[in-house]
Ligand binder design. Sequence first.
Ligand SMILES: [Zn+2]
Length: 124
Amino acid sequence: MLRRRRKFLEEGYNCALCQDGTEETIEHLFISCSSSNCRWFVLGIFWNDAGNIFEKLSTAKQAFPFAFFMEVVMIGAWCIWKERNSLIFNGKAPKLSTWKNDFKLEVCSHLCRIKTSLHDSISS
Ligand SMILES: [Zn+2]
């Protein structure tokens, strides 16, 4: 495991998920990364290429058809972060199906914080 962590550290600050040589910034990892984009696509969230991160959030929120956009973004980003760390520290390859399952588990664990009236639309 130490060798794996060292490998990522020696490669600098590039994104571990897409491995296309792009520096891992917050915006890259959570918005423009091709690996993350697949996850957002599953959730029906599409990021605009233009603007800063706040403008991108605003534009994506306007296009999102449900009232719980930020909840989905926060849980989705959390799952991307955990997937990234699992790759770096445990050598577990990112997989969309695993990410989806993790996302569903996280949503279920947060249902108590979300209005009961939204539970059906969240579950779907
Ligand atoms: Zn990336």
